[in-house]
Design a protein around this ligand. Sequence first.
Ligand SMILES: Nc1nc2c(c(=O)[nH]1)N[C@H]1C(S)=C(S)[C@@H](COP(=O)(O)O)O[C@H]1N2
Ligand SMILES: [Mo]
Length: 220
Amino acid sequence: MLGLGALGVVTGRRLLDLEQGLLAPVQLRDPTGLSGLVPAGAGFRFYSVTGGQPERTSADYRLRVGGLVSRAASLSLADLHDMPQQTIVRDFQCVTGWRVPKVRWSGVLLSDVLDRVGVAPAARAVRFSSFDGTYTESLTLDQARRRDVLVATRMLDAPVTRAHGGPVRLFVAPMYGYKSCKWLGGIELTKQVVPGYWEDLGYDVDAWVGRSNGRGDDPT
Ligand SMILES: Nc1nc2c(c(=O)[nH]1)N[C@H]1C(S)=C(S)[C@@H](COP(=O)(O)O)O[C@H]1N2
Ligand SMILES: [Mo]
């Protein structure tokens, strides 16, 4: 962990460079810059656009679900654990090229979370925000309803660690890793897709593995 403090500084500096337009476009397409070089175990790499790892304990964690819904909710970890649990085993593929084969993920279907709050007829998309205060992502409502999109509380046969976005992160199996928002804090139903953090910086809004971003990866 010693390296991560220094890494935060480097990453912060790098984001400053991004904001000031000092990096060439090709570097712009390298998500999170240097933080992606940090191995995070099991073949994963550690990503955080803020350079840090925000913390919520199991007791104080809440997932706020609102926007175009009939019953906005604030779900605790216990609420999520009380819902039907789903497990899927799928590869995890980052758009920069690394892939972790056959990762086991467990949690609640995003679709079940949406049913719990009641999606309003006008809603067509879902927007996710991280409690890191910066990262956002989105899906169309149809994508969000897929059976391979999880609000994940377990990953690699253990509770999702803080570094991997715990206690709760999104896992969007058919899409590149940038869709899988870490430190998931909010879900908002919206009229249309709002491009997320990396999409504002040039990545495809649809992030299908093997089809988007001009990459020829095998679908996961
Ligand atoms: N909040 C947040 N979520 C995020 C990111 C991030 O920087 N911040 N990076 C994304 C990218 S590009 C990838 S590949 C995965 C990496 O997950 P990991 O850090 O658990 O390996 O998280 C995704 N979710
Ligand atoms: Mo990524």
